[in-house]
Design a protein around this ligand. Structure first.
Ligand SMILES: [Zn+2]
Ligand SMILES: [Zn+2]
Length: 252
């Protein structure tokens, strides 16, 4: 199994997971042309996509889903709440709900509900029967269910959205600071690092920090927070950014 990231951040998200002939895209926050360009960069033709899984209705995750799925006839899966909250109509192939296990080609995907300011947001854990990859962004806090679902992973993509201090000192209006930093907003660097520390990271082949805020975070701050919390090698940590995303990573 391997994975790559088309781009990560508030301007657009997309994570690609591949095993054998199955390619699953989690979210598509880019225009059609931009998505095609970013897939081509990874050597993937949109026609190869087996499915698109949507996490929630925010534009940085759904902007390109409708066009891409219609243009290339790609099945789309999302929660009923996400569908209700969408501004543009979309015809999903099927619905997901927290606790479901979705089977798409060679991949089994656990659906995990999270705390975020969306109607029924979900995140996903992928398995090919031997290895497990967790994708976890857009959550303001985490509960036992998240901890249970993200145990025993071989690779993890986790949101490290903002630095608490930068957010507090920054130019966001107060309501937005409260939203972003709140229990239904986004994980800050410390929360994300603590979550990984609680999960245990020694068996992870890849740990990727994602969805970094361009205004309220800095890559070196996020990195340092993880290094301080986990005691890991800074060079081992990986970062997915808005423009270049992350190239393919193999989970051996
Ligand atoms: Zn987002
Ligand atoms: Zn969101």
């Amino acid at each position: 199994m391997r994975f790559a990231i088309l781009g990560s951040g508030s301007q657009g998200n997309g994570t690609l997971v591949q095993y054998q002939g199955t390619h699953v895209l989690v979210d598509c926050g880019f225009s059609l042309r931009e998505t095609e360009r970013r897939l081509a960069r990874l050597g993937v033709n949109p026609e190869q996509l087996s499915a698109i899984l949507v996490t929630h209705e925010h534009a940085d995750h759904v902007h390109g889903v409708g066009l891409l799925s219609r243009r290339y006839n790609i099945p789309v899966y999302l929660s009923r709440g996400t569908l209700r909250a969408l501004r543009k109509p979309l015809e999903p192939t099927g619905f997901v709900a927290c606790g479901d296990v979705l089977e798409i080609g060679a991949l089994a995907i656990n659906v995990v509900g999270v705390a975020h300011d969306a109607l029924e947001p979900t995140q996903y854990v992928f398995s090919n029967g031997q290895r497990r990859l967790g994708v976890l962004t857009d959550l303001g806090s985490y509960c036992g269910r998240v901890m249970d679902s993200y145990q025993d992973l071989d690779a993890l993509v986790i949101e490290s959205n903002h630095c608490r201090d930068l957010l507090a000192r920054g130019h966001y209006p107060q309501f937005l600071k409260l939203r972003v930093g709140g229990a239904f907003g986004h994980l800050n660097n410390h929360q994300a690092a603590n979550l990984v520390s609680e999960l245990g990271w020694q068996n992870l082949q890849h740990l990727v920090l994602a969805h970094l805020s361009s205004k309220n975070n800095l890559p070196q701050l996020a990195r340092q927070c993880f290094v301080d919390t986990l005691g890991c090698d800074p060079d081992w940590l990986q970062l997915a950014d808005q423009d270049s995303g992350l190239d393919w990573r193999e989970i051996a």
